[in-house]
Design a protein around this ligand. Structure first.
Ligand code: PMP
Length: 451
């Protein structure tokens, strides 16, 4: 009997070119057409349900078809779906800017909008460069970035990122950046604490700043977790040191919290754990509760003032996207922030995070698990061929794909990054669903490492 999914799969494969996919894989990897979502679950046309353990690419916070966010978007739809944001404004974008200013690290008072994460990174990069130009520092035109970082896939965002898989082929098109070793604690020496490792790794950043401050606009980092780089984590002390050094060397700090923002690391923003305020804070993904494409770059009055002048000086920031600050997206974002307040989500998540971590750590003794690491609502399990030497499995073996496929048969959406299995679920997940997620991950890891 053919599955009720089959007609959708045939139509899809005839015309849709999917992201981050070798399309030939779909000769043997199933394409799954989703009919509806409800809470932490997705359902296909054949009625099979999948627990969304990765929040649909790290965007969803409060479940699919969340009644409160649905109602907010529906109400907004009745009055205004979209309007040009140059020369015009609307209540949702005003209210969202006020709300974000109230919850972001103090001093981030200006919100510039776009419609996806990569564009937010492009904006922060251009704004930083342009700020220094407006200040007469025209020699400042380079960016400092961390090894293994990821900031998106448009050309500027790709240039300041460092995941070879995505970057290698396009290098001839990309601006040259200064790359500093990552503080990634997976690489710490035996017996060394994560904080000591991150502090030690800061020496390379300090040296890069000393050598390049005259020509550097900004340092860009993913605070605390390098997500696309395999959920590699580092200690907040690195950010505290980085903030002080950026001030000392007169270089901006761009915090890309597109993935880690909105509670993923346990605090609303990861920067809070280091007690710092970046010069630019990039937000997207969870900004709308994962509902709609929206992003923002938050910055300071000081940066804003550097662009504020007579028109003829040509110092304005002229960057624009058609859907900048879309009202439906803003309405979803306001509803999502209201849920954080009303449900005390960050507090509630502590118990979920503790349960998720405890279940994942049961795998620590596994012969092919090198590390189980956690920061708030992000848990990662790193698989290796040799536990003693930490020799990784060659990427060509695609062990993660075995886990992905197994999990689908068990009704869980796990999508390992290389040899790293991770959980980044919506905050509506229940302890019983966490148990299922952990159990299926364990089965998948057994299957993928048995030969
Ligand atoms: N920065 C980070 C840290 C991300 O994780 C991502 C997306 N995975 C991006 C930027 C790019 O966002 P988008 O996919 O919306 O362009």
């Amino acid at each position: 009997m053919t599955s009720a999914n089959a007609p959708y799969v045939a139509r899809d494969l005839a015309h849709v070119w999917h992201p981050c996919t070798q399309m030939k894989d779909h000769e043997h990897v199933p394409m799954i057409p989703i009919r509806r979502g409800q809470g932490a679950w997705l359902e296909d046309y054949a009625g099979q349900r999948y627990l969304d353990a990765i929040s649909s690419w790290w965007v969803n916070l409060f479940g699919h078809a969340n009644p409160r966010i649905n109602a907010a978007v529906r109400a907004q739809l009745e009055s205004l779906e979209q309007v040009i944001l140059a020369g015009f404004t609307h209540e949702p974008v005003i209210a969202l800017s006020e709300a974000l200013t109230a919850v972001a690290p103090p001093g981030l008072t200006r919100c510039f909008y776009a419609d996806n994460g990569s564009s937010a990174v492009e904006i922060a990069v251009k704004m930083s460069f342009h700020y220094w130009r407006n200040a007469g520092r025209t020699q400042k035109r380079r960016f400092i970035t961390l090894a293994n970082s990821y900031h998106g896939e448009t050309l500027g965002a790709l240039a300041v990122g460092n995941v070879e898989l995505y970057k290698q082929i396009y290098k001839p098109l990309l601006m040259d950046v200064i790359t500093v070793p990552s503080p990634d604690c997976f690489e710490r020496a035996g017996g060394e604490s994560c904080a000591d490792h991150s502090r030690r790794k800061f020496a390379a950043m300090e040296a890069a700043l000393a050598a390049h401050a005259h020509e550097a606009c900004a340092v860009i980092v993913e605070p605390l977790v390098q997500c696309a780089g395999g959920m590699r984590m580092y200690d907040p002390v690195y950010l505290t040191l980085l903030r002080a050094a950026c001030d000392r060397h007169q270089v901006h700090l761009i915090a890309d919290e597109i993935a880690v923002g909105f509670g993923r690391t346990g605090t609303l923003f990861a920067c809070e754990q280091a007690g710092i305020r970046p010069d630019f804070l990039c937000l997207s993904k969870g900004l709308t509760g994962g509902y709609l494409p929206l992003s923002t770059v938050m910055t300071t009055d000081e940066v804003y003032a550097a662009f504020y002048d007579e028109y003829a000086k040509l110092s304005a920031f002229l960057h624009s996207h058609s859907f900048t600050g879309n009202p439906l997206g803003c309405a979803a974002a306001l509803a999502s922030l209201a849920i954080f307040r009303e449900d005390r989500t960050l507090e509630a998540n502590r118990a979920l995070a503790a349960h998720m971590g405890a279940r994942a750590r049961e795998l620590e003794d596994h012969a092919h698990v090198a590390e189980v690491r956690q920061r708030g609502m992000i848990v990662a399990i790193e698989l290796v061929r040799n536990k003693a030497t930490r020799e990784p499995y060659p990427w060509q073996e695609r062990r993660g794909l075995t886990i992905y496929r197994h999990a689908l048969t068990r009704g869980v959406l796990l999508r390992p990054i290389g040899n790293v299995v991770y959980f980044m679920p919506p905050y509506v997940i229940t302890p019983a669903e966490i148990d299922l997620m952990a159990e299926v991950a364990r089965e998948g890891i057994e299957l993928a490492t048995c030969a």
